[in-house]
Design a protein around this ligand. Structure first.
Ligand code: ZN
Length: 410
């Protein structure tokens, strides 16, 4: 396996990483734009872009903003309200794997900043049925979450005839440098299918399973015709403002008391605090499939922002990468499956360039922290971070915080 010499990403990154002759990856090269572009001018560009939407005679909402309660939600809405002076309709897809901290964050955000919102909770029976299929066929417990949160805002935009959707960071730009910031790429159905959904839209699941169209109706992308009729477009803020997730979160902790939460498999206690599984079981699946996980994402980000040395990163990867997900029982009991069956589903998707199977055990044979000799010269990076959740007893929940649904029958 080849690894970037500057950050810690492997070349098998599922979003397609390119490593040049000097051994530097496309993500690191595009990141350099963060230090070279004139961000003052780029922000002006954004203000020009939104002007026609602000002038629109619509009297209630002039944009749709998808948020979750974790991951930059506070920063995005604070910016949209106080800097762009827009009137957003806030939309949230209920991922069903909620934490109490995330639920409080979401509720406080709407109250403190004053927004109306729509929440979609898909029929819990359908979610279980779909997740059983995606676990078996795609090795994913998260398909419905990603499919839901990337389609519900577009359905709302079409239905309520609000043509502008504003997203936070474009992952393909921020992680692997798929595009330059100056390309100003916008949301597309193609990117959603190929990268967010691993090549499987709702319609594709119908072809490989016994799911019916009625099971998947909430996840169907609106037709080109209905999108064009309203003129729906989705823009990404990180093309116009210098994106720095950690600093943004720190500011939101100060400004609005955004709640942070310890994560099992990464040092970053700011992101993804809304989900029981995102940094736990879902992240462990990523490790089992590709040999890398969230800790690589967060370390690569911090190296590029020059707050972390590569040695510190390798030390952190070694510390977090093997941690077993303590949230697995919540998932097994919710889906009514055994641990043995779960691992049988995921093991099919392991990258054999990374993993060896011998003596009934999977052994990690190739990883960036195994390839490099390193000594920790600096103090631990984690001392800079602040965990402030009100749930002092949070211990990787055994079950989900229920929002708009009950625990239910199997
Ligand atoms: Zn790199």
């Amino acid at each position: 396996m080849i690894y970037c010499k500057r950050c810690v990403y492997p070349i098998n990154h599922p979003l397609n990483l390119i490593i040049n002759n000097e051994g530097i990856c496309s993500g690191c090269l595009v990141h350099e734009e963060k230090d070279n572009l004139n961000w003052h001018n780029r922000e002006k560009q954004l203000l020009r872009l939104i002007l026609p939407y602000k002038k629109s005679k619509r009297d209630i909402y002039n944009c749709v903003v998808p948020i979750s309660g974790g991951k930059d939600s506070y920063f995005i809405l604070d910016y949209i309200k106080n800097k762009l002076n827009l009137r957003p309709l806030v939309v949230t897809y209920n991922k069903h794997y909620n934490t109490l901290t995330g639920h409080r964050n979401l509720s406080n955000l709407k109250s403190k900043l004053g927004f109306s919102s729509l929440n979609l909770t898909v029929n819990p029976k359908k979610i279980k049925k779909i997740t059983k299929v995606t676990l078996r066929k795609l090795g994913s417990i998260y398909w419905h979450c990603i499919a839901g949160q990337t389609v519900f805002p577009i359905q709302v935009a079409c239905k309520f005839k609000i043509p502008l959707i504003i997203w936070g960071a474009h992952q393909g730009i921020d992680q692997v440098g798929m595009f330059s910031h100056t390309d100003e790429v916008e949301m597309t159905r193609k990117y959603r299918k190929e990268h967010d959904l691993m090549g499987f839209e709702a319609e594709d699941l119908l072809k490989i399973s016994n799911l019916k169209e009625s099971d998947l109706e909430n996840f169907i992308y609106p037709s080109d015709e209905s999108i064009e009729k309203v003129g729906v477009r989705g823009i990404y803020l990180n093309n116009y403002i210098r994106w720095d997730s950690l600093s943004q979160h720190s500011n939101m902790v100060q400004k609005y008391k955004y709640e942070t939460l310890n994560q099992l498999r990464t040092f970053d206690c700011y992101n993804d605090v809304d989900c029981v599984h995102y940094s736990g079981l879902h992240d462990y699946i990523k490790f089992m499939k590709f040999g890398y996980s969230k800790i690589h994402d967060h370390c690569s980000r911090e190296i590029r922002l020059k707050r972390m040395s590569r040695e510190q990163a390798l030390h952190l990867i070694k510390k977090y990468i093997y941690k077993k997900p303590k949230d697995i029982n919540a998932f097994l009991s919710w889906l009514n499956i055994t641990e043995e069956y779960f691992y049988k589903c995921i093991n099919k998707f392991r990258d054999r360039n990374i993993w060896n199977f011998s003596n009934n055990k999977w052994i990690l044979k190739d990883s960036v922290h195994l390839k490099n000799v390193y000594k920790l010269k600096h103090k631990s990076f984690e001392t800079n971070l602040n965990v402030n959740t009100l749930d002092k007893k949070f211990k990787y929940l055994n079950k989900y915080e229920l929002i708009n649904r009950g625990w239910g029958e199997n």
